[in-house]
Design a protein around this ligand. Structure first.
Ligand SMILES: [Cu+2]
Length: 498
């Protein structure tokens, strides 16, 4: 089933071909503006007391840069190195690089394929993707396709890493509905640092079933990865320290950039690739964005929003109609902490796209036959913060839940960290779920559609329902997606059994 020929062909091509995509942070010599919204306004979740300042001087703020000076790139799509009748084959090495993110400063990063963030992979529903990953970095790394319905051996288990200089292939069947997924490192204990250093990219499943909807497409379909970072005066990314000090927001790898748009509709695929923060996004002075999709793909119907919140790992898709702004307008996308990105309406363009009143039918999930409780927390009784799920630190060799294939389950997921208050979120591998309720009431505005990651403020409980109608058997993870928390143990294993 795995197509050994495909892999052999890929191995050959990898030796002869290096496809390095350069996405530079080209910043002009514009007026330097330092941050006015940092520090006390930063709403990043307070992490546990795990700060490590032993390796150098404490860095509390990044060098200044000019807001909106650099242009946000559209991250290039990775071209397949080969195609067969059933599969598209990609080469995606893990490569250390020095790139310019802040003007004039070289920043050592870890990349997929040489680009920061990694190249976008645009898969097609029903066609298999094979990704050959050669690890050219000094430490073990791997790839998890977040939101992907994949076999356990291709899910990027924390212990299933690629040694330096080794290569392995990942098989993604793309047998699920169209959705904005993303891929990132999931290596044991090092996932947070690796993702922070750059090992993340967007993975889109294009669904032929969506074509008839006539949503904005082509150059008007723009993935935007949002994340934060802290730089020292030499340009190095600072990983240790408090995540609240990560004072630079990067959109597609560029600090608070501008992005020229036509006065027409755009489909914006927003991905929170930050390892430990939420974004609460609003446009201009609260202008409407039409939400069309969440983690698992299209909503049943579009929903008008003036604010969308996404925590680490979540995705939301909105259609913004820039036709309502005169050419020459500048429209800022804000986080609660300050500007993220400015859209500059530079020209008019024809627009035959639309947002239909009905997007897709979401199948009703069967009645649940199993209910489980999942409690996320830090255990501080030992003096150092340990992440726990139902009281237990992650043990990759332990199975926490056995789930019978084909069943539907309800999970009550609770964030017990009220004092001190620590936000968490919840990510389930393999399948998407529906949020049934939040704190005993209806789902929140950010709980729409099929989800695989959901926010949990301190003390909150979300009730989610998942159908495990899958062809795959084996072990998968569920965890907090604030990656420092999961690397500290806030992660557990379910085993899908026949
Ligand atoms: Cu957490």
């Amino acid at each position: 089933m795995c197509g050994g020929e495909d892999l052999d062909a890929l191995g050959e091509s990898m030796l002869n071909r290096r496809k390095m995509l350069a996405v530079g942070g080209a910043a002009g010599a514009a007026l330097l503006v330092s941050y006015g919204w940092r520090s006390s306004l930063m709403a990043a979740p307070p992490g546990p007391e795990t700060h490590d300042h032993t390796s150098g001087p404490v860095v509390l703020s990044s060098p200044p840069f000019a807001l909106f000076a650099a242009r946000m790139p559209v991250v290039p799509e990775l071209a397949p190195v080969a195609r067969t009748s059933t599969s598209d084959l990609y080469h995606l090495p893990v490569v250390p690089r020095n790139i310019e993110i802040l003007p004039g400063l070289p920043t050592p990063v870890l990349t997929f394929g040489g680009s920061f963030p990694g190249p976008t992979i645009r898969a097609r529903a029903g066609r298999r993707v094979v990704v050959a990953v050669e690890n050219q970095a000094a430490s073990p790394a791997n790839v998890h396709l977040h939101g992907g319905h994949v076999a356990p051996e291709h899910d990027g288990h924390p212990l299933d890493t690629i040694a330096p200089a080794a290569t392995r292939g990942y098989f993604y069947p793309n047998t699920q509905q169209g959705a904005t997924l993303w891929y990132h490192d999931h290596s044991h204990h090092t996932e947070a640092e690796h993702v922070y250093k750059g090992l993340h990219g967007v993975y889109i499943i294009d669904d032929p079933a969506e074509v008839g909807l006539n949503l904005p497409s082509g150059e008007y379909d723009v993935p935007i990865s949002l994340r934060d970072a802290l730089f020292d005066t030499s340009g190095n990314l600072v990983f240790s320290g408090n995540p609240r000090d990560r004072d630079v927001i990067l959109a597609n790898g560029v600090p608070v950039p501008h992005f020229p748009v036509a006065a027409r509709k755009y489909r914006l695929r927003l991905v929170n690739a930050a390892t430990e923060r939420s974004f609460t996004l609003s446009l201009g002075g609260g202008d409407e964005m039409i939400q069309i999709a969440s983690d698992g793909g299209l909503l049943p119907a579009p929903v008008a929003r003036t604010e969308v919140a996404i925590s680490s790992g979540e995705r939301v898709e909105v259609v913004v109609d820039f036709a309502r702004y005169p050419v020459g307008s500048q429209v800022v996308l804000y986080d609660a902490t300050g500007p993220v990105l400015r859209f500059d309406v530079t020209h008019t363009a024809a627009d035959r796209s639309r947002v239909p009143a009905t997007l897709r039918e979401l199948p009703v999930l069967p009645a649940a036959t199993v209910t489980r409780d999942v409690v996320l927390a830090f255990d501080r009784t030992t003096g150092s913060a340990l992440g726990v799920v139902n009281g237990k630190v992650f043990d990759p060799h332990r199975v926490d839940f056995q789930v019978r294939r084909g069943t539907t389950e309800v999970w009550n997921v609770h964030n017990a960290d009220v004092e001190p208050a620590v936000p968490h979120n919840f990510h389930l591998h393999l399948v998407q779920f529906s949020v049934l309720s939040r704190n005993g009431g209806p789902p929140g505005p950010d709980d729409l559609g099929r989800k695989d990651t959901v926010m949990l403020a301190p003390g909150e409980t979300v009730q989610v329902k998942a159908h495990f109608g899958t062809e795959h058997l084996g072990r998968y993870l569920y965890h907090c997606h604030f990656l420092k928390h999961s690397s500290l143990g806030m992660m557990a294993t379910m085993e899908i059994v026949a």
